[in-house]
Write a protein that binds this ligand. Structure first.
Ligand code: SAH
Length: 405
């Protein structure tokens, strides 16, 4: 794992925006200049120390899948058959594929449906309705996903990277740095597994479906843009080309990588955008979300509001309530100044303290006061539930270590 440089409060003056670009340290993957192919998203690709996961059907769009079947000497429609098995019947076991010629099954499955993630450990709480899975990828990288069943919906929280390079000091994933980007198929595999668990009836409440997917597990999804976008398409394309979850039920959560937010807005999707703001002022946000040094609050919000305008979707502003750090009444008022009248709603998350953290959750009374101040200014606000705390499955707790096994 790469080490992560952490920013310190007050490390640089805020006045000059251009100065920001040359300030270090920045989180891993955020070079100050662009010598190494950082590209139009302004984010360097993950280090290529590890082998890429093998190609999988879920990395490919329908046309590319058919081409792949043809390359294997099979009719193109075999790709559609495989897609139906994987995305609709949720199987990658050749023995289940009785509509394929017996001789071709194993070869097709090996070439296009290689196993990518092995469940290393499952933990549940909330009477079995919250389930966290620790996955081991072929190269040993560890990631986690969390399935949460509510009375009215089933939400799967997926990881987009092994680790994370954004270095937010209050987040467990941020502590260890970035291992690598997940492939599209590794992201989709988490959703297929969740869908399988729901269909099998192992989750109390009877068989069901995954209705919502949130990119709020490990990693910064917009720092793995092409793979995340490809995964979003696979997850939301109608069966049998994809899993068929509605775009409106999918949320991409970001620290605020402005060029990537703008690119996403132009994709013509209707997925929800969540922005992890956590502070309305640059001085504090520089510390809590170090990438703020590159794209400060005003730029992040401008891009988010443009996203809302382009998609017609209300943006979600994530705000972890940290005692005596970001929960002051004046910060609630400042946040309201920024958001009043906008297509935005605020999600307050009581901080889940990570091991050894110097921070803790806000007092309930203080959090309530904060919420009231936003509501009084007409800003829609909700308090996020903290499902999965006992199994380290709540927001920001995903660390994906095998050591507590
Ligand atoms: N990198 C993305 C998505 C992953 S985190 C992002 O930052 O948005 C999903 C959410 O959990 C983010 O809003 C993140 O800021 C929040 N979070 C991280 N650590 C947390 C903690 N310890 N307590 C509460 N929320 C936390």
């Amino acid at each position: 794992m790469s080490s992560v440089q952490r920013g310190k409060k007050g490390e640089r003056p805020m006045a000059d925006a251009s100065a920001r670009l040359s300030v270090s340290p920045l989180p891993v993957g955020l070079a100050a200049a662009d010598p190494a192919g950082v590209g139009d998203l302004g984010v360097a690709p993950a280090p290529r120390r590890r082998a890429r996961p093998p190609r999988h059907l879920a990395d490919l769009d329908p046309a590319a899948r058919r081409a792949a079947a043809t390359e294997l000497g099979q009719p193109a429609y075999r790709a559609d058959q495989l897609a139906r098995h994987y995305f609709a019947r949720l199987t990658d076991d050749p023995a289940d594929m009785t509509d394929l010629p017996a001789v071709a099954r194993a070869e097709l499955a090996a070439a296009l449906l290689p196993p990518l993630l092995a469940a290393e450990r499952e933990q549940d709480c909330d009477g079995g309705t919250t389930r966290k899975t620790l996955w081991r990828a072929l190269d040993g990288a560890l990631v986690e996903s969390v399935l949460m069943r509510y009375p009215d919906r089933v939400t799967l929280c997926v990881s987009s990277q092994a680790g994370c390079g954004m270095a937010c000091p209050f987040c467990a994933t941020g502590q260890a740095g970035l291992t690598r980007n997940l492939s599209a198929a590794e992201i989709v595999a988490q959703v297929v597994a969740g869908a399988r668990a729901m269909a099998s009836g192992v989750v109390p409440g009877g068989p069901g479906r995954v209705s919502n997917v949130v990119f709020m597990g490990m990693g910064e999804p917009l720092a793995n843009y092409p793979n995340v976008l490809s995964a979003v398409r696979r997850i939301t394309e109608p069966v049998p080309d994809g899993i068929g979850i509605s775009q409106r039920s999918l949320t991409v959560s970001t620290v605020g990588l402005v060029p990537a937010v703008r690119k996403l807005a132009a994709e013509g999707l209707s997925v929800r955008l969540a922005v992890s703001l956590h502070a309305p002022d640059d001085e504090l946000r520089d510390e809590l979300v170090p990438v703020n040094r590159r794209w400060p609050v005003a730029e992040v919000l401008a891009a988010a509001f443009d996203y809302a305008a382009a998609t017609g979707r209300r943006i979600s502003i994530e705000y972890a309530m940290i005692r005596a750090v970001n929960d002051q009444a004046w910060r609630a008022e400042l946040l309201a100044d920024l958001l009043a009248g906008r297509l935005a709603h605020v999600n307050l998350i009581p901080l889940n303290p990570t091991p050894g953290s110097r921070w803790t959750a806000s007092d309930p009374d203080i959090a309530d006061e904060f919420r009231h101040r936003l509501a009084a200014r007409g800003v829609p606000v909700t308090v996020r539930d903290t499902r999965g705390r006992e199994i380290d499955g709540a927001c920001g707790q995903l660390a994906a270590t095998a050591r507590r096994a």
